[in-house]
Design a protein around this ligand. Structure first.
Ligand SMILES: [Fe+2]
Ligand SMILES: [Fe+2]
Length: 474
């Protein structure tokens, strides 16, 4: 169904035919806008930004580009079209028809999943709200805002489900999504990673590369759900999410490219000299990778999880691209996973597949993370330098799951807590690193100009030139 932009809330769910739901969402809409004004990107609400907006959900050209002020962005409700006779793709009810309504017995589980997903969307906007003040270029500024408005739309996607399928509880949850705030002392966001401010652009690119990719994998699991409206919502969100990871991957690529230029020019890999030259040395970048990757590991939950087993068995939450697995029921099968043994070593344990769902999802994520890393390393090698970015071990710096509290090096070798503390600055961004990165952050807003610590992008947005005025600041 085409998206109806004539209505106050653009949608492709025939909202006009459900007056009650429409009224409820129209009641929530001004609160959302208030939240956006208060906690959305600071200082740019009245500026025109070259943004893309969804116009239809089919594969060919769902986007239109144009200059809009962010508060006028047409946030709305877009679901992928209903797949005829879709059946449940995994778990105990494999092959039965999917659900168009929420089964009573799964109501609270589904509500919790939707709220947890929904909570991360406005959280990331809040975390990134000050970044505009230090943008490295107008191109990057525009990309930041594109990510922000789409995270806002993802909130709409979850709020629609809460309003449409969860009655009064759902409406209350939708209100609460605007009341919790990232880092707010007495009412923080649900997941810890989403309470830390993202205050400089290296972290923003790391966030969009690693944390948005975690989002992608959560959405991929929910896109398999037997609750069909949730599955279709997430399927469409995934098409938007791809851009966020593109921003992360190209951002980090451009940083590396700029550093390599300086390394070649100055014939050195000495961080001290490179910092004097105003670029981000690769070991520093590696420490940021260690930090962001390890905090994302925790977002997948414990390696062995009875919750994950239950939501899989019940057909609520599947695995990413469930079709790629051979056995969709996984009732009596097991797999081997690495666990800490009692003696400070590693042992292999046989675990029921259903209990190890989080592990499987996480492994798919790690594989996906590797794609960019491999590209970055190719770039470094091509420039003639002997250095490789590495993803840390999934045992490194964990707070959740079997490895919580076990101290290891980024390679995953066991070390004592004392040694970890002593060597912390070797593994993770030090105060020096953070201060250095912050010192690079200066706003560059002349069209076509780029800050010195990052290379220019290869191409502009939607075939526009790189020096196009992506945000009009006058
Ligand atoms: Fe999102
Ligand atoms: Fe995202």
């Amino acid at each position: 169904m085409a998206i109806n932009y004539q209505e106050r809330i653009p949608n492709n769910v025939d909202l006009g035919n459900d007056r009650r739901l429409q009224r409820a969402l129209e009641h929530w809409q001004p609160r959302f806008l208030d939240w956006w004004q208060e906690l959305g990107p600071e200082g740019f609400q009245s500026k025109e930004v070259y943004l893309r907006t969804a116009t239809s959900v089919d594969a060919k050209g769902w986007a239109s580009f144009g200059k809009v002020k962010m508060p006028d962005y047409r946030w709305g409700i877009f679901l992928n079209p209903e797949e005829k006779d879709r059946t449940i793709g995994f778990g105990d009810d494999y092959g039965k028809p999917v659900w168009q309504q929420v089964p009573g017995e799964y109501r609270s589980t589904l509500r919790r999943l939707i709220v947890t997903q929904g909570d991360t969307e406005p959280a990331s906007v809040e975390q990134q709200r000050l970044l505009g003040q230090t943008c490295p270029s107008l191109f990057d500024l525009r990309n930041l805002f594109q990510v922000n408005v789409e995270e806002g739309r993802h909130l709409w996607a979850m709020v629609y489900l809460l309003h449409a399928y969860f009655g009064r509880d759902g409406r209350e949850e939708a209100e609460d999504l605007l009341l919790r705030h990232s880092g707010k002392e007495d009412n923080p966001r649900i997941l810890e990673t989403f309470n830390e401010p993202v205050s400089e652009w290296l972290s923003f690119f790391m966030f969009t590369y690693f944390t948005d990719r975690d989002g992608k994998y959560q959405l991929k699991c929910l896109a398999e759900s037997s609750f069909d409206p949730l599955a279709r919502t997430c399927q469409f969100m995934l098409t938007e999410e791809a851009h966020h990871m593109y921003v992360g991957e190209t951002g980090i690529t451009r940083i590396i490219r700029r550093t390599l230029e300086k390394m070649t020019e100055l014939k050195t890999d000495d961080p001290i000299i490179l910092r004097k030259a105003g670029v981000i040395d690769l070991p520093l970048l590696q420490r940021y990778v260690n930090y962001w990757f390890s905090s994302c590991m925790d977002l997948f939950g414990a390696e062995i999880s009875s919750n994950a087993a239950i939501t899989f068995a019940n057909g609520i939450k599947g695995r990413p691209d469930e079709r790629q697995y051979e056995d969709h029921i996984a009732r009596d099968t097991s797999l081997e996973i690495e666990m800490p043994d009692e003696k400070g070593g590693i042992c292999i344990e046989e675990v029921a597949v259903r209990s190890a769902i989080n592990c499987q999802v996480r492994d798919a994520y790690i594989k996906d993370c590797m794609v960019g890393v491999t590209r970055w390393n190719r770039l470094i090698k091509k420039a003639g330098f002997d250095y490789a970015i590495e993803l840390p071990s999934s045992r490194f710096r964990r707070n959740i799951g079997s490895w919580a509290g076990v101290t290891t090096t980024p390679k995953g070798d066991f070390i004592s807590e004392a040694e970890f503390h002593r060597r912390q600055d070797e593994f993770l961004p030090s105060d020096d690193d953070r201060n250095y990165v912050l010192s690079l952050m200066r706003q560059v807003t002349e069209p076509g100009k780029i800050a010195g610590w990052i290379a220019a992008p290869d191409r502009g947005i939607n075939n526009m030139p790189v020096d196009y005025e992506y945000v009009v600041l006058k």
